[in-house]
Write a protein that binds this ligand. Sequence first.
Ligand SMILES: Nc1ncnc2c1ncn2[C@@H]1O[C@H](COP(=O)(O)OP(=O)(O)OP(=O)(O)O)[C@@H](O)[C@H]1O
Ligand SMILES: [Mg+2]
Length: 414
Amino acid sequence: MIYRLHIHLLNSFIGFCDFHYWLRLIIYTGKGGTGKTVTACATAIKMAEHGHNTLVISADPAHTLSDALMMNDIGYDPKPVQQKLTALQIDPVTEMSRQYDTILSYMAAIFSAKGIDETLAYEIAMLPGMTQLFSLLKIEEVGRTKEFDSIVLDMPASGEALRYLYFPKLVGSIGRKLTGLAGLFSGFAKVFQPLAKIPAPSKDVIQSEMELLDRLDVLSEIIKDNNATSIRLVANPDTFSIENAKRALMSASLYGINVDMAVVNKIMAGSSDQYYDKWAVFQKSKVEEAKANFYPLPVKEVQLYGTELRGIEMLRRHGEVLFGSEDPSDIFYRGKPYLFENEGTSINMTVQVPFTEKDDFEIQRYGDQLTISVKTPASRIVNIVPLPIATAGMKLSKAKLLDHQLKVLFEKTT
Ligand SMILES: Nc1ncnc2c1ncn2[C@@H]1O[C@H](COP(=O)(O)OP(=O)(O)OP(=O)(O)O)[C@@H](O)[C@H]1O
Ligand SMILES: [Mg+2]
């Protein structure tokens, strides 16, 4: 058992220590309907044209890649789209039951031992972000074959799956041997009802866990390697999708994952019609707000085209609008828009902002966000800074703006 584990770790190590020389992974994320799938496809088409052997993966509900590329039969088997471009549509639920049914059944057994109805037990055993995690694990699987040098992943809902990348570390530090996820879960179930009988994990469950942890370990190394992986945010010119993308930026920063670009998609052009022109003016202010919010990330602006964006030709033009003659696999930004430093029981947060102390600004905290509003000659721009959960029981004790850097100190309330 221990011997097998060593072999596993050794393989993982050999597998991941050199991947940034050959693998480029770009993940598009953002709120529903903002244009992640079409932007992922457009990026992949352009990358293939730049000579990268590219795989585009979507974990959206069935057919989305087929719809966007207007090609039949893009499914579970990789399908060639054009030279150097392959597409793969995965179904996270199938993926999960194919590979991790043993663990999931065990978790469900724990809950059902507590008298929870079995159907419900399966629902509870599925943690938030778990289905996304299985689309990420596909990357580790594809990565092992080294068939592609570039992967573009269209990832629904932002961030939640990223926390699982820390599982191997967490479980490893507790003692990877016999306590895995099953150990964590039986502990969790004990909290509910200390006297009830918890089924003991079988050999299969433990082995399946070990494999999962090893795969997560490799995945985590790939995603945290800033030379290999970049997250790109997709938003529309509206308050909600900008806020959602901003939160993804904050989570990625907490986890140490590079974000190298934001795309503001579906911007309406001005119009002679009063109704449409009012929208265009509103959206223009949202684009400005997005630029302030994503600062200093490069922000690509894309218009709402006259027709629905789909089909290879239109996607290629979308790629031109986004990247021109640039290679989409370049890393467009490498800095840290957010930085969190723990100092004893305090947290120091540094955020890059497009303002300086000379501007007329105001800082306010509302629950889990900080708003900086700045008066410009034309209007008032609001920059929303999402706060990490760790600051929930803390008070904002100092805030200082110096040279495009906002420094905020959070201290524990006693
Ligand atoms: N710039 C644009 N101009 C016109 N239509 C667009 C543009 N961007 C996206 N669309 C259209 O908007 C719809 C949503 O795009 P897409 O499916 O890529 O979004 P998504 O973020 O992947 O959505 P979901 O969250 O549902 O997966 C599609 O019909 C697409 O063709
Ligand atoms: Mg989609």
